[in-house]
Design a binder for this molecule. Structure first.
Ligand code: ZN
Ligand code: ZN
Length: 168
């Protein structure tokens, strides 16, 4: 079984899902709704005529909760809600990587920055979420071999997240 775990609803992070019509789809349950996010999920599920329904018909999107741990055929995936870039933004800890989508960014000097300003719904919410994430993962550095982002290469270890948190 294939599974796609969305970090958030922006088109540049969801558009490729149509190439895997049989995949199970997962995303964070947003506790605050906005029109753009909802219409993106509708498109992904093929919920409206003329969108992405294709031959497979309507696809089910399973909504995840912050703190949930998924067991996908033996692969353990932990879900961390980080609303702020979008209200449905989250990170996944899986296979030794912390996959953060656009909730954070790698910088040229190997450090971590918060979400990009112009395309984020609430930067203060994003930064508060990153600080919460750092507090929750602080003692688990051994489990995080790298931080992965949507638009930059990965950077090693949990350290850059903890350092960002300590200086903000
Ligand atoms: Zn993006
Ligand atoms: Zn984005």
């Amino acid at each position: 079984m294939k599974a796609i775990l969305f970090t958030h609803s922006h088109d540049d992070h969801t558009g490729g899902s149509r190439a895997f019509p049989g995949a199970a789809l997962y995303a964070l349950n947003p506790h605050r709704r906005d029109g753009a996010g909802q219409s993106a999920w509708n498109r992904i599920q093929g919920g409206r005529a003329g969108t992405e329904s294709g031959a497979g018909g309507r696809r089910e999107l399973r909504l995840l909760e912050d703190g949930e741990v998924l067991d996908l055929h033996g692969d353990r995936i932990e879900v961390f809600g980080i609303p702020g870039h979008t209200y449905d933004s989250c990170a996944y800890l899986a296979f030794g990587g912390l996959f953060m989508g656009d909730s954070a960014a790698g910088t040229f000097n190997g450090r971590m920055g918060s979400a990009p300003p112009f395309v984020s719904v609430d930067r203060k919410m994003n930064q508060a979420g990153l600080k919460r994430l750092a507090a929750r993962l602080g003692g688990r550095g051994g489990e995080v071999r790298y931080l992965a982002f949507g638009h930059q290469g990965p950077i090693p270890g949990l350290g850059p997240l903890l350092e960002w948190s300590a200086s903000h």
